[in-house]
Design a protein around this ligand. Structure first.
Ligand SMILES: Nc1nc2c(c(=O)[nH]1)N[C@H]1C(S)=C(S)[C@@H](COP(=O)(O)OP(=O)(O)OC[C@H]3O[C@@H](n4cnc5c(N)ncnc54)[C@H](O)[C@@H]3O)O[C@H]1N2
Ligand code: MOO
Ligand code: MG
Length: 418
């Protein structure tokens, strides 16, 4: 009789994977190439930001004390002694009732401690007049108000995005220390698989998992090595997997992990001597997802069914790969939403439903994205999140509060509504 697989809870499966993560080394790369990588050093303010007191407006810099008593009936006149554009500094200190014309971003001249915008002055032959008293520091962008020298602004292990790049550039990080990326092999198994450009023939289908998994890796910024497709041939499949393990840091296979006559992955793990962390998870889709390790390398055996394959990647491969890359927050972001329609099918396993979330008058709602079985491909394309329905005997009703996992597939909205 066939060996019965014992399903383990999703959280247990994730923690078994995460326990086996071996972090990759760090490397230095140029700032231009660092988008999407994970910082292997904190960003520490190498100097104050701004690095000097500066003007936030185009106007005049003067001594606030000289504006005392100014009003509409008693306009205070100032003499302009020079001009400072951004990138320049004032030549001489500002004395009583003197001012510099100053542009946004320019350094505040010595002696001045306030700025008035051009629009709030009346220009005269010598300079301008103002109609209100100014406080010391009014309209001054102070040195260090954004970041103080020595302050840790971003922790190591954080994803580099456009804003991070701005900060790195601010401090002159021409080179950035980031974690190495794993090279991940992708192999789709299945005698039924055709290439994307092939015409359909009876009994065959096009390989959609391979391109999908590569796209999921691309979203994480992880480079891949493609091993194409193999037929369900034990020896041929074993050879490709052996080669892939030599050439990559981790391998993702799709298909062949269940109990069918041509599901060879379990036998291959045994042949290779890989340690199987689990081969049955109390989830749907993806219950047969298998993860094994061999000499510190992960073998992610994702299910052949497209929705199961997608979910298995996001739940197990994603956090493991991000954690290998040094990320301290490798899990999918989540939020709460109201179910937009009944989901009545109770299940002893946790369900991950491909769904669409949106903001409505009653807050965030989520609706299943159509045909939602493990073999569905259309709902993966339509969905922008996964609804998580914990195992249980009752179904779920419209309006129930549920958890959503965000999969980074948000589209824009048709109209600006705010
Ligand atoms: N007796 C049992 N049968 C099945 C069980 C079980 O527990 N007992 N589990 C079912 C579940 S759950 C799933 S999910 C599937 C998993 O199957 P495998 O991971 O072994 O994958 P395959 O058999 O190779 O293929 C399944 C399905 O997916 C299609 N497929 C495969 N690769 C691709 C690809 N690259 N692109 C698109 N579609 C692909 C394949 O043609 C099959 O239709 O097993 C159940 N059976
Ligand atoms: O492994 Mo499954 O649970 O139908 O996708
Ligand atoms: Mg199978």
């Amino acid at each position: 009789m066939m060996e019965m697989r014992k399903p383990i809870p999703v959280a247990e499966a994730i923690s078994r994977v995460m326990e086996h993560v071996q972090p990759l080394r760090a490397e230095s790369i140029s700032l231009e190439r660092s988008m999407g990588r994970i910082l292997a050093e904190p960003i520490v303010a190498r100097h104050s930001v701004p690095p000097f007191d500066r003007s936030p407006y185009d106007g005049f810099a003067f001594r606030a004390e000289d504006s005392e008593g100014a009003s509409g009936d008693n306009r205070v006149p100032f003499t302009v002694i020079g001009e400072i554009g951004a990138g320049y500094v004032g030549e001489q200190p500002v004395g009583p009732y003197e001012a510099y014309r100053i542009m946004t971003g320019a350094s505040i001249p010595e002696g001045a401690d306030a700025v008035v915008m051009f629009e709030q002055t009346v220009e005269t032959s010598e300079g301008f007049t103002i109609r209100k008293p100014f406080k010391t520091g009014e309209n001054i962008s102070y040195k260090g108000e954004d970041a103080a020298e020595g302050e840790t602004l971003i922790e190591s292990g954080t994803l580099i995005h456009a804003g991070t790049i701005a900060l790195l550039a601010t401090f002159g990080y021409a080179e950035v220390k980031v974690y190495r990326q794993p090279v991940v092999g992708v192999l789709s198994t299945g005698t039924e698989l055709l290439d994307v450009s092939d015409a359909l023939i009876p009994g065959k289908i096009r390989n959609s998992n391979g391109p999908m998994v590569k796209a999921q890796l691309a979203r994480l910024g992880v480079p891949f090595q493609s091993y194409g497709t193999t037929s369900d041939d034990l020896d041929a499949c074993t050879e490709v997997i052996k080669r892939a393990l030599e050439e990559t840091d981790a391998l993702i296979t799709t298909g062949g992990v269940s109990v069918g006559d041509y599901d060879h992955l379990p036998a291959i793990y045994e042949r290779l001597g890989a340690k199987v962390l689990f081969n049955k998870v109390a989830m749907r889709p993806g219950s047969v997802t298998t993860v094994a390790v061999l000499r510190d390398k992960f073998l992610f055996g994702l299910s052949g069914n497209p929705s199961a394959c997608f979910t298995g990647f996001e739940l197990f491969a994603r956090p493991a790969l991000l954690s290998m890359m040094g990320s301290t927050s490798p899990y999918l972001p989540h939020l709460k939403a109201r179910l937009a329609e009944d989901f009545t099918k109770p299940n002893p396993f946790t369900r991950f439903v491909r769904a669409v979330w949106q903001m409505t008058e009653i807050g965030v709602t989520a609706a299943p994205a159509g045909f939602n079985k493990s073999n569905a491909v259309s709902s993966i394309a339509r969905g922008n999140c996964l609804i998580v329905l914990p195992s249980g005997t009752r179904g779920y009703s419209k309006g129930d509060e549920v958890d959503l996992l965000l999969i980074g597939a948000e589209q824009g909205v048709e109209e600006w509504v705010l």
